[in-house]
Design a protein around this ligand. Structure first.
Ligand SMILES: [Zn+2]
Length: 437
């Protein structure tokens, strides 16, 4: 009988910032020393005039950024897997790909060592969320080629929890599956946590009375949006805990157990930077910008200074109330670089609109239409209310709230019950509408 529980290496979590940075540099240099056979990075280093043979003198900021477009172009040129491979293809044992919701899907190969490194990062997430080996974890999604599902599942197995794959089921069947098996922890997107709660209410199942005590969410900003989290917690009678990662970089951040909405970067395994999305220049401490990540343990398919496209507020609390010195994303992911809209001079991120709309418990689902007319961008919010609610009154109150938050008049319309789409994975609530000339 083996012992179970957290299996990640916490050696660096309470280092002073200077010691932490020195530890990261040492790991970065060890990584660079292994990239001699990585065609993708060698071409980039050559183009940037960087000699990694003298890695000890290099700083992270001396290295060039890596963008998603470069990776997509590289995979088109060196199909199918691209040239960001440190080893021969035989050395890899895992294939995944991104959803491709914003263009071509990226294919990603991992070695067993890189895979184990990612499982260790998940152990951070589980431990901080208070998962115990005796927990029964339901993975409420269909296991496709997306990396997050598989790493979450396998890490939980290694952690010693009892793991339930719940793909290929209707929402109603999934709920029954959870109740029948005494599930205590559910992994899903914030949107799907709310969708399951809605179906449970329709079927008169009181999930707040179920043994589920923890909703571990990711994949969308909602988990750190206070109003969305509050709704999930109320519906499920369970804590809602956020985390963050992406296929390209792996699981990178976990929510602090002491300060809600503070996502610590696993800085022993990643180097995080926050830059101006336009110029790439470093943002001042605490300013909002694009998250840039370097993963230090995925040497088979590494990413150096990867532009994640996610907007964050990166801040260091040394130490945080939890005792760690790891930097953190305050309020989680605030939006995507591509998603930021400028409406009549006001910068608007989807998470801010979500926060405002979710203040109204009577709203079952919503959608935001983006209209581009000449150089003008306008928004329209469409809400669907729960039964027994007078929709027009709710719409009016939402409009007042949006006006209060953004100092903008944003029209709010009502949709008939059950007409707005529901989502199992990442929600697509923001829709671009073509305006007739
Ligand atoms: Zn903390």
């Amino acid at each position: 009988m083996t012992t179970h529980g957290p299996f990640h290496d916490t050696a660096m979590e309470k280092f002073e910032p200077a010691a932490l940075a020195a530890g990261q540099r040492a790991k970065l240099h060890a990584l660079l020393a292994k990239l001699a056979s990585n065609k993708f990075y060698n071409a980039k280093f050559k183009a940037a005039g960087i000699d990694t043979a003298d890695g000890a003198t290099l700083n992270t900021r001396d290295l060039p950024f890596t963008t998603k477009k470069e990776l997509v172009d590289d995979q088109a040129r060196f199909a199918p897997f691209g040239s960001n491979l440190t080893y021969a293809p035989d050395a890899y044992s895992r294939f995944h790909q991104t959803s491709g919701s914003t263009g071509s899907p990226l294919r990603w190969l991992d070695t067993r060592e890189s895979w184990d490194w990612m499982l260790g990062n998940w152990s951070w997430i589980y431990a901080a969320a208070g998962v115990k080996p005796k927990d029964r974890i339901c993975f409420a999604f269909s296991f496709g080629p997306f990396l997050g599902f598989w790493t979450a599942f396998e890490s939980a197995v290694k952690y010693g929890a009892l793991c339930f794959p719940a793909g290929g089921l209707s929402t109603s069947a999934r709920l029954r599956f959870m109740l029948d098996n005494g599930i205590t922890v559910v992994c899903c997107t914030p949107t799907y946590a709310l969708r399951m709660a809605e179906v449970a209410a329709e079927e008169k199942v009181n999930i707040a009375l179920s043994p589920v005590r923890l909703m571990l969410v990711a994949g969308e900003p909602g988990g750190s949006v206070p109003q969305t989290r509050a709704r999930i917690e109320e519906a499920w009678g369970a804590a809602c805990v956020d985390h963050y990662g992406m296929t390209e970089v792996g699981p990178a951040c976990f929510e602090c157990e002491k300060v809600r909405g503070r996502l610590h970067v696993i800085e022993s395994e990643y180097i995080a930077e926050c830059v101006d999305p336009e110029t790439g220049k470093a943002r001042a401490e605490g300013d909002v910008g694009e998250l840039v990540l370097t993963n230090l343990g995925r040497e088979g398919s590494p990413l150096l200074r990867y532009r994640t496209g996610d907007i964050v507020r990166l801040r260091r609390h040394a130490p945080c109330a939890c005792g760690r010195s790891f930097a953190a994303l305050e309020g989680g992911i605030l939006g995507r670089v591509d998603d930021m809209l400028v409406v009549r001079g006001v910068n608007i991120y989807p998470s801010a609109v979500e926060e405002a709309v979710r203040r109204f418990g009577e709203i079952a689902e919503f959608r935001v239409e983006i209209q581009q007319w000449r150089a003008m961008t306008e928004l329209k919010v469409i809400v669907e209310v729960t039964a027994d609610t007078e929709p027009n009154a709710v719409a009016k109150r939402v409009a007042t709230e949006l006006r209060r938050v953004f100092s903008l008049r944003i029209p709010v319309e009502v949709a008939a019950p059950g007409t707005l789409p529901r989502f199992e994975m990442k929600a697509k609530r923001w829709v671009r509408v073509k305006e007739e000339e």
